[in-house]
Design a protein around this ligand. Sequence first.
Ligand SMILES: *[C@@H]1O[C@H](CO)[C@@H](O)[C@H](O)[C@H]1NC(C)=O
Ligand SMILES: *[C@@H]1O[C@H](CO)[C@@H](O)[C@H](O)[C@H]1NC(C)=O
Ligand SMILES: *[C@@H]1O[C@H](CO)[C@@H](O)[C@H](O)[C@H]1NC(C)=O
Ligand SMILES: *[C@@H]1O[C@H](CO)[C@@H](O)[C@H](O)[C@H]1NC(C)=O
Ligand SMILES: *[C@@H]1O[C@H](CO)[C@@H](O)[C@H](O)[C@H]1NC(C)=O
Ligand SMILES: *[C@@H]1O[C@H](CO)[C@@H](O)[C@H](O)[C@H]1NC(C)=O
Ligand SMILES: *[C@@H]1O[C@H](CO)[C@@H](O)[C@H](O)[C@H]1NC(C)=O
Ligand SMILES: *[C@@H]1O[C@H](CO)[C@@H](O)[C@H](O)[C@H]1NC(C)=O
Length: 493
Amino acid sequence: MFVSLLFSAAVVVAAPSSSAIRNKSKPNQFSNQLLDNLADLQGVKPYIRVGGNTQDFALYDPNLKTQIHGTVVPSVSNDYPYIISIGPSYFEAYNTWPGVKFSHGFNLGKNTTEAMDTLISTVPLACKALSNDNFAHWELGNEPDLFARQVRPANWTDGDYVDEWLSKTRIIQRQLSRACPQMLTHGEYKYIAPSFAGTANRLDPVKTWEAGLNDDNDIGMNSMHNYMGGADSPGVTLAHTLMNHTAVIKSVENHVAVMINLEEDSLAKGIPYILGEMNSLYHQGKPGLSNSFGAALWGVDFNLYCASQNIRRTHMHQGTDYRYASWQPIETNKTSMGTKAPYYGNAMVAAMLHGGKDEHESNVQVVNLPTDQETESAYATYINGKLARLAVINMQEYNYTGTDAVSSSRPSATYQFHLSGISSKSLSVQRLIANGTDAITGITWDGWSYNYELKGGSPVRLANVTIGQTVQVDSKGLVELQLPFSSAAILNF
Ligand SMILES: *[C@@H]1O[C@H](CO)[C@@H](O)[C@H](O)[C@H]1NC(C)=O
Ligand SMILES: *[C@@H]1O[C@H](CO)[C@@H](O)[C@H](O)[C@H]1NC(C)=O
Ligand SMILES: *[C@@H]1O[C@H](CO)[C@@H](O)[C@H](O)[C@H]1NC(C)=O
Ligand SMILES: *[C@@H]1O[C@H](CO)[C@@H](O)[C@H](O)[C@H]1NC(C)=O
Ligand SMILES: *[C@@H]1O[C@H](CO)[C@@H](O)[C@H](O)[C@H]1NC(C)=O
Ligand SMILES: *[C@@H]1O[C@H](CO)[C@@H](O)[C@H](O)[C@H]1NC(C)=O
Ligand SMILES: *[C@@H]1O[C@H](CO)[C@@H](O)[C@H](O)[C@H]1NC(C)=O
Ligand SMILES: *[C@@H]1O[C@H](CO)[C@@H](O)[C@H](O)[C@H]1NC(C)=O
């Protein structure tokens, strides 16, 4: 049974560190190139959420001469600074990548005098920097469903959260009316909220909407976060946790349940449900898994499945040195600068969702097609109701390095589709491929490499990858496609 649902949004990267964006005098061109590639594939440039738990730590220092000053506290995490000051030039970053729209996250977690001063003094800086056709949404607080016992009392309720969110967003609104009054008109004053880590933590998303989260009618997107599991959770493997369509369905199921409950209670009506932060394995990903080609294939399955379930946008969490990052924007002593395996999954998803320059003009719908194995999945894209593309993802593991490496030739699987109303037609094939599941480089989308070493991230067609294949729909409407294990492809109509 096929149910067509609307999806019109970008696959998105979120929460880059300031150094990943850089300032006006030195914008990060490599990152901008990779974002432009996705814009070329999808028709719109990704939207970027600047936020994450560091939005709840950052304090403003008007005298800071650099954009950001962070101190890593190893007992909290080695992956990001816990003590953070941002200076006036922090906000320059919002004007370095042409065509990108940003959401800006304000602090809710800290409830100190300094935090209140930060809120009051950064609204004018953020709103001026975001007044150049580059504003997407505001956000206040990251994962407040985890605040109780950390930065709030154990008995902090949904109602307490809503009261605090409303009173602090009203402060933001007051500051905006002074500094950027034009941003309060034209329906532009909107937040992504509640930005919960999950559907079943200390706060309940449905109760939060019931308690009046949208009393001021200022929520633009109903944002929740998602991960498939934890980087350090026992039993997490590619085959079990990521390259597994059943696990993907199970992970998205909770969100679908929340959407149904909200709809039954007539809450959040007409407000798109999004995953405002997501990626493979929380705590920034697991080495060997989250940075492998296998994770790229997971990313294709996960994002297309979200699209099929009416999740209208996904922001794939990024950060310097993160194991699951789509790219490393700068050279550090932990990670080499470059395009990473997950980016190639982003490219294929962007190609599958392409709907033209004006996202309102063409109605892009994605449908999940039934398949036999949990190591495979298939999707159809319809544009204005007409079949435009089929995607097939094979997630059977095939290692080409290490002690488990297979010495025999790479197996493949054959997929057959029966198309009604389409016959005797030639379809072009575009493939997402690498040497194996465990590849971390040498990956291509339709023969294109976006690697930094080649041309700074600009697309380069590799000579050693087959492109330009076609498959034939026969007179009965049957079409067959072969996929090597651990690869994916799009058929174009
Ligand atoms: C701008 O970025 C460059 C390169 O990272 C850095 O050297 C410079 O200090 C930055 N300027 C500010 C004001 O942060
Ligand atoms: C936050 O701080 C304000 C001002 O000190 C105080 O009135 C309020 O109770 C605090 N809220 C929480 C949840 O601690
Ligand atoms: C919640 O806990 C705080 C102490 O952490 C206490 O002062 C307050 O009375 C409690 N509130 C309720 C409603 O029980
Ligand atoms: C795939 O995921 C499902 C749901 O989490 C799980 O029950 C199943 O064991 C997984 N398959 C493999 C091969 O681990
Ligand atoms: C790596 O870089 C970080 C941040 O610049 C620095 O604090 C650290 O000392 C460096 N580590 C080594 C081993 O050089
Ligand atoms: C591929 O390699 C990983 C990591 O060594 C291993 O866990 C997995 O079982 C291997 N898969 C196959 C199909 O050999
Ligand atoms: C992929 O396999 C080819 C053929 O064996 C080999 O030449 C190439 O170096 C491999 N690429 C990587 C990144 O290992
Ligand atoms: C094709 O060439 C690239 C760049 O030299 C290399 O990384 C990749 O592994 C090669 N792929 C195959 C299948 O040989």
